[in-house]
Design a binder for this molecule. Structure first.
Ligand code: TRP
Length: 451
C-alpha cells in the first residue's frame, strides 16, 4: 500500500483543519443564527457548547483518526475486536461517508452562488447588463454552471493529496480569508448605522437563554461549524503525527473556529444595519431579521451598491471571502469519501477523487433542478439529524467500545505530561458519559417533534 499522507507540521494541520472548520457556517450561519436567537444570549450558549461539548467530541474524532491511521470506515471498523463490533463500526463509518457527501452536494450549490456573485460586479463594471442579471438570478443553468466550476476546483485540490493539495491550499487561502474579513469589518464599522448592529450582536437578551430551540440551534451550529459528525476531523486527525500534542491542537482549532465565527458577526450584523440606514428593509413582515439567502444576496449587496465607486470592489472582496471559506471546507468534505475509496479499495487517489467528486456533483445537479423540493430537505437531513447522531456514535465508540488504555495512550501521545495529564485522565469519562447525555438531551425534542 502506498504510504499515507501526513501534514508537514502543526501549522499545516491547523491551517487545513481551520480551513475545514471555517466556512459558510461561520460567516453566514453563525451571525444570522445569533441575530435570530436573541443576540449575545446565543453567543454565550454557543461558546459554552463549543468548548464543553463540541471540543471533547472533536477530540474523539481526532484521537480515533490518529490512532487508527485510516479513513472513517476502516478506523471505526477496527475499534474493538469481534465481528459484530466490526460491522457496526464500518456501518457508522459508511453513514459518515454518505453524510459528508450529502453535505457537500448542497454546500457546493451555495458556494456556486458565492462565485456567481463574485463575478457579477465585473460584468456590471464593463456594462454587460444582461450577463449581470443572469448572474444575479437563481436558476438551474446558472447554478449548474457554477456548481460544476466549484466542484471541479474542489476536486483539483483534493487530487493533490494531503500536503500538496489540502495543506498547501489551506495555507494559502486561510490568511487571505482573514485579511479580507478584517478589512471588510474595518470598512463597515465606519459606516452609518453600524453601531446598532453591534448592539444587537453584543447585548444579550437573557430571557432567551433557556429556550430549547436556542439550545438545539446552538448545538447544531457548533457541530456543523467544527465539521463534526461525518469523519472529516477523523481523517484529518489520521494525518497528524504522533509527536503532536493532540488536546492542544484541538483546543487551538476550537478557539480559531469560534474566534472567526465571532469576528464574522462583527461584519454581518453591522452591515445589515448599514443597509437599513440606506433604506433596505432588514426585517420581514413578521418582524424577523433577514437571515437566509435574502440577507447575503440582497441586503448585503445593497450596502455595496450604496458605497459608490468602491462598492464593486467591496462586493468582490466579500464574495471572494465566502468562496474561499467554502472551498477549504469543501475539500475536507470530499476527503472523507476519497480517503475511503482510495484506501479501502486500493484505488489510485486520482481516480477515487474524480469518481467520488463526479457522483456528488451529479447529485448536486439533481438538487439544482429540483431545488424547492430537495435543497432544504437534504440540508436538514444531513445537518439536523445525521450529523449529531453520527457525532453521538463517535463519542460512544471512543468512550464505550474502545479500550480505555488504548484511547488514553492515543490521546497522550505527544502530550508533554503523557498519560498523567489531567485532560487525558478526564476525557475518557467525559466522552463516555457527558457528551452522549448532552447530545441526546438536546436531540430529544427534535426527534420527538417528528412524531
Ligand atoms: N465547518 C464548515 C462550515 O462551518 C462546514 C464543513 C466542512 C462541514 N466540513 C464539514 C460540516 C463536515 C459538517 C461536516 O461551514
Amino acid at each position: 500500500m502506498a504510504a499515507r499522507g501526513e501534514f508537514s507540521s502543526r501549522l499545516g494541520f491547523l491551517m487545513a483543519a481551520a480551513g475545514s472548520a471555517v466556512g459558510l457556517g461561520n460567516i453566514w450561519g453563525f451571525p444570522t443564527q445569533t441575530a435570530e436567537n436573541g443576540g449575545a444570549a446565543f453567543v454565550i450558549v454557543y461558546l459554552a457548547l463549543a468548548f464543553l461539548l463540541a471540543y471533547p467530541a472533536l477530540m474523539a474524532e481526532l484521537t480515533i483518526g490518529r490512532a487508527k491511521r485510516a479513513n472513517v470506515v476502516d478506523a471505526l471498523g477496527h475499534i474493538s475486536e469481534g465481528k459484530v463490533a466490526h460491522y457496526i463500526g464500518a456501518s457508522v463509518g459508511l453513514a459518515g461517508v454518505l453524510t459528508a457527501s450529502l453535505i457537500l452536494s448542497f454546500y457546493a450549490i451555495l458556494a456556486g452562488w458565492m462565485m456567481s456573485h463574485m463575478v457579477e460586479p465585473i460584468t456590471t463594471m464593463v456594462g454587460a447588463t444582461d450577463a449581470s442579471s443572469w448572474l444575479l438570478s437563481q436558476g438551474p443553468f446558472r447554478d449548474t454552471l457554477f456548481t460544476i466550476l466549484f466542484s471541479v476546483l474542489t476536486m483539483l485540490i483534493i487530487v493533490g493529496g494531503v500536503r500538496e493539495g489540502i495543506e498547501k491550499w489551506s495555507t494559502r487561502l486561510m490568511p487571505s480569508l482573514l485579511t479580507i474579513l478584517i478589512a471588510l469589518i474595518l470598512y463597515v464599522l465606519l459606516q452609518p448605522g453600524a453601531v446598532e448592529g453591534l448592539q444587537l450582536y453584543l447585548v444579550p437578551d437573557f430571557s432567551r437563554i433557556t429556550d430549547p430551540d436556542l439550545l438545539m440551534n446552538a448545538m447544531g451550529q457548533a457541530f456543523f461549524s467544527l465539521s463534526l459528525g461525518v469523519g472529516t476531523m477523523l481523517i484529518y486527525g489520521s494525518y497528524v503525527s504522533e509527536q503532536e500534542n493532540l488536546p492542544r491542537l484541538g483546543a487551538s482549532l476550537t478557539l480559531i473556529d469560534t474566534g472567526i465565527a465571532f469576528t464574522a458577526g462583527l461584519l454581518i450584523l453591522p452591515a445589515m444595519f448599514v443597509a437599513q440606514h440606506y433604506g433596505t428593509p432588514i426585517y420581514n413582515d413578521a418582524g424577523e431579521l433577514a437571515a437566509g439567502p435574502g440577507l447575503i444576496f440582497s441586503v448585503l449587496p445593497s450596502v455595496f451598491d450604496s458605497m459608490g465607486g468602491i462598492g464593486p470592489i467591496v462586493a468582490i472582496a466579500f464574495f471572494l471571502l465566502m468562496t474561499i471559506a467554502a472551498l477549504t471546507s469543501s475539500i475536507s468534505m470530499l476527503e472523507v469519501p476519497v480517503s475511503f475509496v482510495s484506501e479501502h479499495f486500493g484505488v489510485p487517489r486520482k481516480i477515487a477523487t474524480f469518481v467520488a467528486g463526479f457522483i456528488i456533483l451529479s447529485f448536486s445537479i439533481v438538487i439544482v433542478f429540483n431545488f424547492e423540493a430537495m435543497f432544504g430537505f437534504v440540508a436538514d437531513l444531513a445537518t439536523v439529524y445525521f450529523e449529531p447522531l453520527i457525532g453521538l456514535a463517535f463519542c460512544v465508540f471512543a468512550g464505550w467500545l474502545w479500550s480505555r488504555n488504548e484511547a488514553m495512550k492515543a490521546l497522550a501521545s505527544g502530550h508533554p505530561d503523557g498519560e498523567g495529564a489531567w485532560f487525558v485522565k478526564v476525557w475518557p469519562y467525559y466522552v463516555k458519559f457527558v457528551c452522549p447525555t448532552l447530545i441526546i438531551a438536546m436531540l430529544y425534542p427534535t426527534i420527538m417533534g417528528l412524531f
